[in-house]
Design a protein around this ligand. Sequence first.
Ligand SMILES: Nc1ncnc2c1ncn2[C@@H]1O[C@H](COP(=O)(O)OP(=O)(O)OP(=O)(O)O)[C@@H](O)[C@H]1O
Length: 690
Amino acid sequence: MIGNNSSNNNNNTPTSSDSDTSRKIPKTADEKLMVAVRIRPLKSDEPQRCLYAINKKNVFLEDDSEKNNALRQKRGSDKQYSFDVVFSEDTTQENVYEVTTSSLVKDVLNGYNATVFAYGATGAGKTHTMVGDPSQPGIMVRALNDLFNAVKDKEDEYSVTMSYLELYNEQIRDLLNPSSGYLELREDSRGRNIQVAGLSEISTTSTNEVMLLLQKGNKARTVEPTAMNKTSSRSHALLSVTVRHSIPIDKKDHLRMRMKQGRLFMIDLAGSERANKTKNRGKRLQEGAHINRSLLALGNCINALSGGARYVNYRDSKLTRLLKEALSGNCRTVMIAHVSPASNQKDESRNTLTYADRAKNISSKAERNVLDVSYHKMTEDRPRSAEINKITAEQRSNEVKKLREQIVETFKMQMKLRRKLMEIDSHLLGLGMEAERQHLIISHWESRNNKLYKGSGLKSRAQTQQTLRKKQSVTADSFKSADHEQDSDIDAEAEGEIAVQQAWGELADIEREQERWSELRTHMEEKLEACRQRGVSLEDKLPGLLSSDDEREILALMCRVHELEADKMALQSERLVRQHELRRRDLIILRYDRQRQLCEEIITRQRLLIEENKVKLPTDLQELYQLYQQEIHASTYTDFNNSGVNSAEKLPPISKIYSDPMFRRNTSEHSEMSGSEGSGVSPPSSADSV
Ligand SMILES: Nc1ncnc2c1ncn2[C@@H]1O[C@H](COP(=O)(O)OP(=O)(O)OP(=O)(O)O)[C@@H](O)[C@H]1O
């Protein structure tokens, strides 16, 4: 077992002489994720330290804010964290590799999957640990070296392939072939076997060649300076090495091979920085949002897994989809959390330690070694085929037929559930739009009543209902007062209140609906997962009954059809989401348009006042008006070209202000409203005044 009890590790780890790894693993064995913490050295320009390695398992984080707190001593343990291993700043690269990764390399050679990932804030030392430099090579280089040494002179038995990808702003790029553009993440209909379509898999067993490839890949990584780190890796980098081991089952029969496949993932995550600390602006801030989005999704998965949740959502980011196997599946996983000892990095360090502390509770299941099991099944079933041959061909074909029908049924059910999920998503998106529309109505009426509307999305359902109750009583009062005054019509204010109350009522209904549909969605997702699992176990039974390669090929084709159907459904669902997004944006544009119209009206009226009263404008305001006028001309020109409609009418250029009929209408309305005698003011030369 990797993790809290390293001695168990040795007991469970099969030796290279194991002929069938999957049989050696106890079915119930859950393996704890190993969590290590590495503290990087304090730099000369950094203020004093706040973090210490107490011993090989404990870290102490000093908290100034509580220095004078009498309770500090009592609560001292709050700031002490325990991990499987703590590396102090003087730990060598070699030592880090030996403790965290060298045993994983052995596991991979035995057909296990393993992952080691570096987590931590910007500049905390992740890239140093994972990649390092030529004088102090990191884990990636050392692991590859060890793998190659182990398979040296056994090229006929082993094949080693590697791929290196970057996840930047939720886009995947091939670091070994950066010009290939963005790549797609695919998974099979069973939600397993996550694959990156078109990613180069380079086959090599030459250490030199691989070093060159790694260097090339690292150069292609998106690296930019932030205020915290001069060469900050802006992306997550995933190096994957697959080792396939094939040996003949029977020394005399080289056509029947037993195959084992192990895969080692080595991941250098991007920094989990906070925007204000890194002084990120614009593009950098957007990157931060993406990095944080995927790290947030990773955090959510870690929370769910460490709390033993039945359902874990890996779909929120590509990072979590890629790490799904490492976190809960067939994988031995090591997390190396990186912290800086500097006191100005205390918040980041605390966050990292909390994150790592939660990760300690995560378990993965070695029994679900998919590739190894499936190879093992194929090979194991062949000896059993003698037994199978004993049952008549008819019986066997009936059994296959039955199983196939069950698989097809499960698949149909999956499709049905997926379609239902898609419908639910669509309905939820529709509800979201409808809620936004109601907020718009409310804001419209509230602004007419000179009230400032506090915006949508900020209220919880309980708050909405509270507001609704308030509105209902206000409306009742309005009615009463309207009756009291014996008005034949309800006055405008009461009318507004009714509209607002109705909108609040609608909103409350919508939120109730949203809650109900979200619950339904969770239920449907759970059902889909159960159905998937059923399909998986049925499909796993099939190879044992198939006796010929043709039959196997038919099975593979059948599964492929299922996968393609699932892909198609996923694409449809994506299209649906995009359509909704477009509609939502249309709504936003409408809203902006309304704001723009209001601004135009305000400016036009203000201009009228300025000109009527011959107000001398400060130079900077004059310049602003000029700029504004130029903008209006420019946009009028583009609008005209795009739509063929001259929108100059909407807001006349300043020099034409008084000759414009629309403006005259506004002017007279304005004058009537203010009780003056029409628009009898003689127009000054507006171009001069602005
Ligand atoms: N253990 C260490 N020993 C010596 N130097 C280190 C160590 N850890 C980090 N450094 C140095 O600190 C600097 C920042 O480290 P590094 O680039 O590895 O951080 P990072 O966590 O990968 O940051 P980012 O997320 O921004 O990429 C580098 O100059 C690196 O060489």
